[in-house]
Design a protein around this ligand. Structure first.
Ligand code: F6P
Length: 348
């Protein structure tokens, strides 16, 4: 069979390791692979690249994706589904391995329901995809954020400053909680727990009152602010841009600066903000992510061989299992509040 491979959505360390695993496993079984460039866009525009032993050699440790990526939504393009099916047929592509997060796999799930032979591999540094304990890329992002927090600690302490570290995490605060615990954060703000400025300021004042002269605040880009007038509501994103992508997501990033200004204004403590942004998505994957990505890639080919279309590779406990795409994209996997309680033991 001829297997089309694509990477969609935000890039993530470990994508190349998955591509390599899919290609090597497919070739070992006598199948053929073709790379679809830049996510779903590539198949709508017939933009392909060969995938063979040579093209996947030397990429295991490399960040980014050799296939390129985009946030193209097939269902926002006129006749998108029909064009995709036509192009698969025209190019002899029998089936697809879609490597992506909730958006890319959401499209894959709809396509599978309409008869396209597609399986998925769960990717996102945010770790918010349902039906899998972990997505690859998350471990790398947490390690990058933890190293940054360690570095910010020494400069915060030297200057008696509060430093706000903004990490990624649109709907879920997994990166913030894991890196915050690992880096010894004094307060962590996540989308699952709407915050208000008074609470943050109280925690910091208490800490400084017991003799500490510096603090580290870790905030997810998607943390939700509850205003005084709407303290009963779930809070809203703190936005500095109104731009949206083709899945309707607003562009996040910038809450760290606003929070830092507010902390300084309300406490008088000198405060700085560091936004880690795309640094968390770039560069080489950790060994853990390389192994997970490799296991996912091999398993995705096994799903195709077994004709388990509409499924993705998932990590449950220590096993890689098949999880339905519909279940994976049906809801988000938000932070386990028991884990947040562990983190909050160290607040203040
Ligand atoms: O979904 C992963 C993610 O890293 C989010 O945490 C973040 O909001 C988004 O991607 C940013 O994506 P980009 O700036 O590449 O559009």
């Amino acid at each position: 069979m001829k297997i089309g491979v694509l990477t969609g959505g935000g890039d993530c360390p470990g994508l190349n390791a998955v591509i390599r695993a899919v290609v090597r496993k497919s070739l070992s079984l006598g199948h053929e692979c073709i790379g679809i460039k830049e996510g779903w866009k590539g198949i709508l525009e017939n933009n392909y690249t060969p995938l063979n032993m040579e093209s996947v050699s030397g990429i295991l440790h490399r960040g980014g994706t050799i296939l390129g990526t985009s946030r193209t939504n097939v269902y926002k393009v006129e006749n998108g589904e029909a064009t995709l099916k036509e192009n698969m047929e025209k190019n002899g592509i029998d089936c697809i391995v879609a490597i992506g997060g909730e958006d890319t796999l959401g499209v894959a799930s709809k396509l599978a329901a309409s008869g396209v032979k597609v399986v998925g591999v769960p990717k996102t540094i945010d770790n918010d995809l349902n039906a899998t304990d972990y997505t690859f890329g998350f471990d790398t992002a947490v390690n990058i954020a933890t190293e940054a927090i360690d570095r910010l600690h020494t400069t915060a302490e030297s200057h008696n400053r509060v430093i706000v570290v903004e990490v990624m995490g649109r709907h879920a605060g997994w990166i913030a909680v894991h890196s915050g615990i690992a880096g010894g954060a004094d307060i962590i703000l996540i989308p699952e727990k709407p915050f208000n400025f008074d609470e943050v300021v109280d925690v910091l004042k208490q800490r400084h009152a017991r003799g500490k002269s510096f603090s580290i605040v870790v905030v997810s880009e998607g943390a939700k602010l509850q205003t005084e007038e709407e303290s009963d509501k779930d809070g809203s994103f703190v936005l500095t841009s109104m731009k949206k992508d083709s899945f309707g997501h607003v562009r996040l990033g910038g809450i760290g600066n606003i929070l830092a200004e507010e902390i300084e204004k309300r406490t008088g403590f000198e405060t700085r903000a560091t936004i880690l942004g795309h640094i968390q998505r770039g560069g080489s994957p950790t060994a853990y992510d390389r192994v997970l990505a490799t296991r996912f890639g091999v398993f995705a080919v096994e799903l195709l061989v077994e004709e388990k279309y509409g499924y993705m590779a998932a990590l449950q406990g220590s096993e890689i299992v098949a999880a339905s795409l519909a279940e994976a994209v049906g809801k988000l996997k938000t932070v386990d509040l028991k884990l947040f309680d562990v983190a909050s033991t160290f607040f203040g």
